[in-house]
Ligand binder design. Sequence first.
Ligand SMILES: [Zn+2]
Length: 395
Amino acid sequence: MDCIIQKAEALDGAHLLQVIWDEGGKSLYPAVWLRDNCQCSDCYLDSAKARKLLLEALDVNITIKGLTFDRKKVYITWPHKHYSEFEADWLKKRCFSQQARAKLQSELFWPECQYWDAELQLPTLDFEEVLKNDEDTYKWLSTLKKVGIVRLTGAADKRGEIAKLGKRIGFLYLTFYGHTWQVQDKIDANNVAYTTGKLSFHTDYPALHHPPGIQLLHCIKQTVTGGDSEIVDGFNVCRKLKEKNPQAFQILSSTFVDFTDIGVDYCDFSVQSKHKIIELDDNGQVIRINFNNATRDTIFDVSVERVQPFYAALRDFVNLMNSKELKFTFKMNPGDVITFDNWRVLHGRRGYAAGTEITRHLEGAYADWDVVLSRLRLLRRGVRRGVQAARPDLS
Ligand SMILES: [Zn+2]
C-alpha cells in the first residue's frame, strides 16, 4: 500500500478523526480507538507487537486536542500532553468501513470455500516439494483451507513421514492417541478405526470440545481388496440438507449431543463432550461438523419427546452424505498422504478382509487450524516477497 492523505480533520466535537484520501474516499476513526492504539513506546511494545497501555488508563470519552497532518502521517496531541503519530498505510488498513473490514478479515482468515461433490478433482501435490519449497507449502495449506482436502504423493512407505509434515507446519496436535497413531487391525482395539470393519462417514474426535482441525493420513501399506476411502464435503451436505429438509437442519444445528471416549493409549482417558452436530456461527454459516456415530454417547441429555425427531433428522443427514452424487471414493496407495479439514470433510472407509498378518497400515496425526493458518500467514509474506524479488518490475 502507498496511501496519500489529502486532508485530516476532527469531527463530532473532536470525538472522531476523518481522513480524506488522495485516491478518493474517506475513513473515520473514533478518538478513543486512536488513543487506545497509540504506537508510541509508552503505549505499545513493538518487540512483542502488543499494547502496553492499560484499559484502566484509557479515558473512554477522550477527544482530540490538536491535529496536524502531512501526506504520509497524522499527528495528534491528546489532553495531558500525550502525543501520537499514525501512518497513512496503517490507518487505511484499519478503516472502519464495512468494505475495508471485510477485505482485511478475508486476508486474515482465508474464508474462501469451494464446495465439491462426487466429481471432485482431488488436489494433488508432491510430498517432497511441499517439504522443500515455500510456494508448494503455501499451495498445500491454502488449498486445504479452500477445498478441504489435498493429497500429497511420493512419501516413503514407512513411519515418520507425517512427523515431517508436522515440522513443516510447526507442530502436530497431541491427543490421547499420541503424537501420531497407527491405523491397522489391532487385538482388543481401543478404537473402531483399529479394526477391519467398514467405517461410515464421520469426523474424528468430536469427544473433544476442541476437535482436531486437520487430519493427516499416510498410507504405508494397502490391502488389495477393499479398504477404499470415502470422503464427502460436509459443508455441501449441510447446504443440501437445509434446502431439502430445513427442519432436520434446524434440529441438528440446535441439539447438543453427548460424545464419549474412554480407554488407554498415550495415557488413560475418560473424555466427554457436548456438541451440536452442525455447528453454526452467529450469521448462520456452518463452521464445523461434529459427528462420529461410534463415540456418540448412550447418554443423551434432551427431553424425551425430542429423541425420536433427532434420530429422524440425523438419518436424513447421513442418507445425504451417502448419496452417490455427493460422496467421492478413491483408494490410497502406499506413499500417499491425504490431509483434510476435519471440521468440514467427513471420511470413511470400506471394510476389508481380516487376516493373520497386517495387510493395511496408515499412520495418522492431527494439526490445529490456528497453527496451520499461522504458517499460511507467514508463508504468504515470503511468497509475496519471492514474487517481487523474481520480478522486480512489479510494484
Ligand atoms: Zn502513546
